[in-house]
Design a protein around this ligand. Structure first.
Ligand code: GN1
Ligand code: MG
Length: 732
């Protein structure tokens, strides 16, 4: 079996697997075609299968149940390819029964057992059953086959002799031992701590205890990095102290793992799992409900480098138990492998050279999306080897991906691939014609300023879009390395955004507006938006009107005010210009280096419109003290400093062309567009959430309330907003 174009430690390689073993790893040649024995792994990273040396159970099964089919199956699905079923503090016969159960079942491989107790301390029993606790018994232990690890408390009588002669890895845990006792145990051969910090005395500065001894002896330390057993700072402390060759990530998972909250049996006791935390009736934490892969991802989230987090759940635990062919990717090692997506989802699992059938949704979702994206991108002439893709969670309308291709010279070239929302944009072909005209018009102007120009790629039919059979509408443009800001506290950045939108308008002032299609009729016709809103109230199709009475009352009260600009536009009191019409400041891309604006994106709504709307929409978004969908409306207000900074930028660039009437109504533009958007969100809520993407059922309602709170604050600050504009104009 050949896995080609797979990322291994950051490089593309071709990896061959024969008879359950890795037999070669060579730099990728990029000239394979997929077949039964030849697998296209582009877009995926290969890491060793996870090795869990401390897990009690999952999927409803506990090690003490002495039946492994379901455990091995569940663990394999979740990336653990080999493990030590871990027994509880129970009677000898129960533990013996575990070691005699059928082991050669499909899925994760059992490498032996970990015996946690009964040779432990009552004071630190944690979730272990006190009834069965006793002193170390060498004969008893030796009669249990294949025990790879034993967790014990070294202060118990007979410990040192036991450690010297037991023939297994000895981990100190569930112990009250002091530093000296632990040092003596380590000198006798113990070389690990079991779930470090949990079920042992803490690290006291005059009584360093087991943890101090582990530092002194540089022993292995197991850690449950699920985010519940150890504070993230303590996870980092262990990492920085012991490093990736000594720290071992374990799951310590129990039978509730993969099942959710409820009441479970664990070592003969009743355990309650609530909000994913398992506790005994006395309140002690009773193992985790996380898989080992979840613990690895948590460790990464806490700041541990990915490669090290993986090592601590693969090679390091394997070395500790002398499973030298496990947990590593090298020629001669066992072919236990995981293929993971850039988002760290497990897409494929190989055990002993064979891919297992995957049941998880991530697997299917990733493969489907990858195939689709590769196909669409190839229509637009992307070059290089597919490396990865990422959904860019931006915008409430279209779906956007960044797609990366590694080029022959080893550089990475990225593209932006977008699926246009054809519910919102009924005629996307016309949008693409507008975009073609506008980007052509802007190209030379922006290049002269040393800024990047937006470029849309064409297909072989010389169209800047592609329509699939199911009428999905795609387009691809160049990716510009930059940052888009959802919010910024820097007044310089806001001034920059104002300049960018102002300049955009100026650059289009010599563009013939008659050439543009109207992509959404009456897009910022607030009077029309209000009319549609009142119609939706009348129809009350979803029975939601009753709960928004207050909002309706406020909007009705201000309907006249919010319609003033529409009326002025109609009777020609204010001029139509070519405007952007969607001036959220995250539609300005900034340079990573100096936070200066680079380029304006999202040109779907470039149409004839009012300068005040472009000004107002940006202010609404960027000068608010809270995000656009803040549920706590007491946090929402207009920040006048931010308002002023954006206005300085925008008016600085446009003042020369602005008429007196435009200047007078600039602030009104902000109030109008804020009320208008509230009306649009609320209309969408009343008509079944068909327009804006929502993340939860009341999202549009929350958004509307937030916009109304902002509008209220703007109304209170209207005079100040107007005088700020006048002062800036006077200075320009
Ligand atoms: C939509 O797609 P996005 O997020 O850039 C909407 C704007 C709204 C905005 C509110 C075509 O913009 O009008 O102001 O959501 N765009 C369209 O977040 O309706
Ligand atoms: Mg948009």
């Amino acid at each position: 079996m050949l896995l080609y174009d797979v990322l291994f430690e950051g490089k593309f390689v071709d990896l061959t697997v024969e008879n359950g073993m890795i037999t070669s790893i060579v730099p990728a040649t990029h000239d394979h075609t997929p077949s039964d024995t030849c697998k296209d792994c582009s877009g995926l990273t290969v890491i060793p299968g996870l090795v869990d040396i401390h897990t009690h159970g999952c999927a409803g099964i506990d090690t003490m149940d002495a039946q492994f089919e379901e455990m091995c199956h569940f663990l394999a699905q979740n990336g653990t390819t080999s493990f030590l079923p871990t027994t509880m503090t129970m009677d000898y016969d129960s533990i013996l029964r575990v070691t005699q159960a059928k082991r050669d079942v499909p899925g994760a491989q059992i490498l032996g057992f970990h015996m946690e107790g009964p040779y432990i301390a009552k004071q630190y029993k944690g979730a272990q059953n006190e009834k069965y606790i006793k002193n170390p018994d060498l004969d008893e232990f030796k009669s249990l086959p294949d025990m790879k690890i034993v967790t014990l408390a070294p202060e118990l009588e007979g410990s040192l002799d036991f450690i010297r002669n037991c023939g297994a890895v000895v981990a100190l845990g569930h112990t009250a031992a002091d530093y000296n006792t632990c040092i003596a145990a380590m000198e006798a051969g113990a070389n690990c701590l079991t779930h470090t910090f949990n079920a042992m005395p803490p690290l006291h500065h005059r009584n360093p205890g087991p943890i101090g001894a582990a530092v002194e002896k540089n022993s292995y330390v197991q850690a449950i990095t699920d985010g519940l057993h150890l504070h993230p700072a303590v996870v980092k402390l262990l990492y920085q102290t012991f490093g990736p060759d000594r720290m071992v990530i374990i799951s310590d998972s129990m039978r509730a793992t993969g099942l959710g909250d409820g009441t479970y049996e664990f070592g003969g006791q009743e355990i309650t799992v609530k909000d994913s935390i398992a506790r005994t009736q006395d309140g002690a934490i009773a193992g985790s409900t996380s898989t080992l892969w979840t613990c690895v991802k948590q460790a990464v989230k806490f700041g541990i480098p990915f490669a090290d987090a993986v090592r601590m759940a693969t090679r390091t635990p394997a070395e500790m138990i002398h499973a030298d062919k496990k947990g590593r990717i090298e020629v001669g090692a066992d072919a236990d492998l995981l293929l993971i997506s850039p988002k760290l989802d497990i897409v494929e699992v190989m055990i002993a050279g064979k891919f297992i059938p995957m049941e998880n949704e991530e697997h299917h979702h990733f493969l489907e999306t990858k195939a689709k994206i590769q196909h669409i991108a190839s229509i637009f002439h992307s070059t290089g080897t597919f490396l990865s893709f990422e959904v860019i969670a931006q915008g409430n309308i279209n779906t956007t991906y960044r797609v990366d291709y590694r080029q022959e010279d080893d550089t990475v070239k990225s593209y932006i691939l977008q699926r246009v929302n054809t519910y919102v944009f009924k005629n996307p072909v016309q949008i693409m014609e507008n975009i073609r005209l506008v980007t052509n018009h802007l190209r030379n102007k922006v290049r002269r300023l040393g800024k990047p120009a937006l470029h849309y790629y064409s297909t072989s039919y010389n169209q800047n879009y592609y329509v699939e059979e199911d009428s999905a509408f795609w387009r691809m443009c160049s990716y510009i390395d930059s940052v888009a800001l959802d919010s910024s506290d820097s007044l310089d950045v806001l001034r920059g955004a104002g300049e960018a939108f102002g300049q955009f308008q100026t650059q289009l002032s010599d563009f013939n507006a008659a050439l543009l299609y109207t992509t959404i009729p009456d897009f910022h016709n607030t009077a029309k938006r209000l009319q549609t809103f009142f119609e939706a109230i009348e129809a009350d199709e979803y029975g939601r009107v009753a709960e928004v009475k207050d909002e309706i009352a406020f909007i009705s009260q201000h309907a006249e005010l919010a319609s003033q600009l529409s009326a002025m536009q109609e009777n020609g009191e204010v001029p139509l210009r070519v405007t952007h019409n969607d001036t959220k400041t995250n539609n300005v891309l900034f340079s990573r280096k100096d936070q200066k604006p680079l380029v304006i994106i999202d040109l779907d709504t470039v149409m004839p419109g009012l300068a005040m709307h472009d000004f107002g929409d940006a202010v609404r978004f960027a000068a608010s003290t809270a995000r656009e969908d803040e549920p706590d409306v007491s946090k929402v207000a207009l920040d006048l400093d931010k308002y002023c900074a954006f206005a300085e930028g925008f008016i600085g660039k446009t003042a020369d062309a602005l008429t007196e009437r435009e200047i007078e109504t600039m602030a009104l533009g902000a109030i109008t567009i804020t009320i208008e958007l509230a009306v649009r969100f609320l209309t969408d809520y009343l008509t079944g959430d068909k327009y804006f993407k929502i993340l939860y059922p009341e999202h549009n309602l929350v958004r509307a309330r937030c916009q109304l709170a902002l509008a209220k604050d703007m109304l209170a600050k209207r005079e100040k907003m107007e005088s700020i504009v006048r002062e800036i104009v006077a200075k320009v």
